[in-house]
Design a protein around this ligand. Sequence first.
Ligand code: GYE
Length: 355
Amino acid sequence: MFLKTLKPLKIFFMFFMILSLSSCGKKEDETTESYNEKKYINVGFSQLGAESDWRVANTESIKESLTREAGFELMFDDAQQKQDKQIMAIRNFTQQEVDAIVLAPVMETGWDTVLQETKDAGIPVIVVDRMVDVSDTNLFTAWIGSDFKKEGKIACEWLKSYTESKGIAPEELHIVDIQGTLGATAQIGRTNGLNEAASKYGWDIVDAVPADYTQAKGKEVMQRLLSEHDNINVVYAENDNEAIGVIEAVEEAGKRAGTDIKNGEILIISFDAAHSGLSKVLEGKIALDVECNPLQGGDLKNTINAVVSGGEYNKYTYVSEKAFTADNTITSVKIDDEDYEITLLNEAILNSREY
Ligand code: GYE
């Protein structure tokens, strides 16, 4: 009797369980399905390396922008400063039929063949940071980066105005150029900016030596230069990490980094304006730091979205940049007939620095 009354209840309960289980299963299926079906934009990113604070910030900015939440599936490859590794990475991305390739090239030349391959495969390539020097600019879809020649001009116009205001004659300037990786657009632009100003204003370039944008190499090169020349009074370091290495070498040699050239100080100019460099500006050891903005992720995301959806985008995007000093002698310089403001650095600016 008891069993008899239980039976319909039990049947009802089992029926309910089956129903709810099956509906549960259906829900799971639906989620997996929509997850699999969601179309991400597959992007392969060939980054040249991790040699500097700038580079690390650039990688982070791009990774933070091309996220799954934003609709991207990102494949990342660090080429450790080797062009052949970048070419391998690009071929690998092409084989995987990605929707777009992002290339931060180690140097300008040598890209024609591999970019022809990506073009033939119908894969758009967006170049970031340095430029590629190719026979046909249609081999890449768009470029986002800095005006490196302008950065060099800003540094040199500031040096001219600053030294003039201190009563230092042009021929009294004995400059060493600690160059970046030879053949990289940033090196070419900054070095050319200095060479043009030196011949225009009559400055003495004592030597120009590449240091690969690293602190260790910057220090090593500066140690050698100091042992070979006793008249160096200006260092034009083509990035912050090199400049920091230069300061170490200068101080270890018993000299001072500063702006008082007349009293034996060595005036250091740098590029990037990363937090590490700017803190040396506040300490008075870097006289001027010209910004190079690594935060290209946002512009890159918009460009890729436009490219893959057939929307409008700029072929060339220049990021905006400032120049920082802790000395208020010079507040602006003229660059190609336009006034360019020099920013006076303070703690607040330094603390709000994102990289
Ligand atoms: O200045 C340096 C980096 O190409 C802009 O490369 C870039 C340069 C940057 O390693 O720090």
